[in-house]
Structures are given as structure tokens and as C-alpha cells.
Design a binder for this molecule. Structure first.
Ligand SMILES: [Cu+2]
Length: 307
């Protein structure tokens, strides 16, 4: 057998396959019986219906068998579920912050990352924190799925047991860009993991910058990065004062990014569309972001200098 991606795969799959197996068995059985009866008790062949009354044997059978089957379903489900709530004491602790519409992971020492890197064969406990609405922390490959509820300290844990890349999705519809709320989960050997964590940036002091907070609150970072990586939209790094090629009314033109351009980009993203990016993905923030807050955002952009 191929090795599974986490310690929960076996338990969840056993319950799932048992339920699917029972369902398929009864689907075939009932369909067959139905067809046989339709043919056998057809009115041409069987013109007078006979009334059947009471059959204790039959009634006991059709009560006992389903009872045993659902109890077995419960048993397999319970057996798969129970270990998910029993975190080993030596598990490494990671915090997962869910916010519209982005995951951020915090490793010991306030190191932050957008990717969930995990050491192979080590137990990991993930504290699930939402800073706004209900999100869902779901890694299908690991058979892990847990609600991330604001105000409630939920958690999950697992042991990644196979090297490779996996998907992390938000499994609770949480607003406009919910479908962008995914992250990469990468399982690597422990030494590689340690080097990587050491190289991570420490949680940013930007948390106190008003412009940063506005962008964070409005979910801009779901599509825009501040470190130069291209996302759904262009990165904000070095944006202010730089040259941009945009499409305005169907024609390409060059411009220098200034206050007006940024204001237009936030309120009417379709007016100047950055070349190489799709139009219509970013919605207008007119009415969401106040006119008086635009300068704060501009100030923040100015601080994101290109190297
Ligand atoms: Cu979400």
C-alpha cells in the first residue's frame, strides 16, 4: 500500500469507505429487488393483489440489520475522530490566522509565513484564530477540517507522514474573495524545515501602521503582496513613484504612480488596468474605504520602497 499523507488518513478513509460500501451494496440490492418485483408482480401476470399481514421474522430482520450497520458506521467514525482531539504533549505549536481572505502562519519566535511548511513525521498542533468571520481550515490530503471561529480558540493537530505539496483551503464561505483563500502546505525533511523557519521574517511592526491596517482589514493582501511577489494583482512593493504601463479606454499608456493614480486604482480599478493583469477581478472600494483614509494608504505605499 502507498503511504498516507497524515496519521488521520486511515481512520477517515475507513469510515468513508465503509459507508460508501454499505450504500452501494444496498443501492444494488434494492434496485434489483425493485426490478424483480415489477416484473414478477406485474398486473398481467398477477391480476389480484394479496394482502400480507404481519411477519415478525421480517420486521426483526429489517430492524436489526440496519441497527447494526449504523452502529458500525458510528464506531468507525468515532474511532477515526477521537484521536483528532487528543494532541500529543510534545507537538510543535503553530498559529494559523484566518482573515478575509488570507491565511497567515506564525511559528515559534513570532516568525510569520504565508506558506504552511511542516517537518516530516513530527506532530504539529495548529491553533486556529480568526480575526473577522468564520473560516474553515481544511487540508483534504491530511483529512483535516476544522472551523476557525472568531472568539473561540479552536485547534487541530496532525502528523504529516509523506513529503510533498498539499492544498489548504478555506472551507467556510467567508465573502467576496473566499475562493482566493488558499495556501500551500509543504512537507519537508526536518533539517530543511529548521533552516527555513530560521530565515523567516519576524511578525511585522507594520501592524501599527494605519495604512497597513486598512489594507489588512479590507482584504487587499489576498491579491497584493508587499514583498515583490506577483499575486492575483501586482505587488505593492516599490509601487509609489514607479513607472506603470496601463490600459486606459483600450489604449496602452505609460504613467508615473502618484496620489491620483492610487486613488483611481482603489475607487475605479477598471479605469487604468495594469498591463499583464485581468480587468474586473478587483472590485471598486468606493463606499468601503473612506476618502479621508486614502492618504493613509498612500503613506503606507511610500514606505514600501523598492530595493
Ligand atoms: Cu475564509
Amino acid at each position: 500500500m502507498f503511504s498516507s499523507a497524515s496519521n488521520f488518513v486511515h481512520g477517515v478513509d475507513t469510515a468513508f469507505l465503509f459507508i460508501i460500501g454499505v450504500s452501494v451494496f444496498f443501492l444494488i440490492l434494492l434496485t434489483t429487488i425493485m426490478i424483480v418485483f415489477v416484473v414478477k408482480y406485474n398486473r398481467k401476470r398477477h391480476p389480484h393483489a394479496t394482502q400480507i399481514k404481519d411477519s415478525s421474522a421480517l420486521e426483526i430482520t429489517w430492524t436489526t440489520i440496519p441497527l447494526i450497520l449504523v452502529l458500525l458506521m458510528f464506531y468507525f467514525g468515532w474511532k477515526g475522530f477521537l484521536p483528532m482531539r487528543q494532541v500529543p504533549a510534545d507537538a510543535m505549536n503553530i498559529k494559523a490566522y484566518g482573515k478575509m481572505w488570507k491565511w497567515t502562519f506564525e511559528y515559534p519566535g513570532k516568525k510569520v509565513s504565508d506558506t504552511l511548511l511542516l517537518p516530516l513525521n513530527k506532530a504539529v498542533k495548529v491553533d486556529l484564530i480568526s480575526t473577522d468571520v468564520i473560516h474553515g481550515f481544511s487540508i483534504p490530503g491530511f483529512r483535516v477540517k476544522e472551523d476557525v471561529v472568531p472568539g473561540k480558540n479552536n485547534y487541530t493537530w496532525f502528523i504529516p507522514s509523506k513529503l510533498g505539496d498539499y492544498d489548504l483551503f478555506c472551507s467556510a464561505y467567508c465573502g467576496l474573495s473566499h475562493s482566493y483563500m488558499f495556501a500551500l502546505v509543504r512537507v519537508v525533511p526536518e533539517n530543511e524545515f529548521n533552516t527555513w523557519v530560521a530565515s523567516l521574517p519576524v511578525r511585522k511592526a507594520d501592524d501599527n501602521n494605519e495604512g497597513y491596517k486598512l489594507l489588512e482589514k479590507n482584504g487587499c493582501f489576498a491579491c497584493h503582496s508587499v514583498n515583490g511577489t506577483k499575486g492575483v494583482g501586482p505587488s505593492f512593493k516599490g509601487l509609489y513613484g514607479s513607472e506603470r504601463e496601463v490600459v486606459t479606454n483600450g489604449a496602452n499608456r505609460k504613467l508615473k504612480v502618484d496620489d491620483l493614480y492610487i486613488k483611481t486604482s482603489v475607487y475605479e480599478p477598471a479605469t487604468d488596468v495594469v498591463v499583464g493583469f485581468p480587468q474586473g477581478v478587483m472590485k471598486s472600494y468606493k463606499g468601503t474605504i473612506k476618502e479621508k483614509d486614502i492618504p493613509k494608504i498612500i503613506e503606507y505605499f511610500k514606505s514600501l520602497k523598492a530595493e
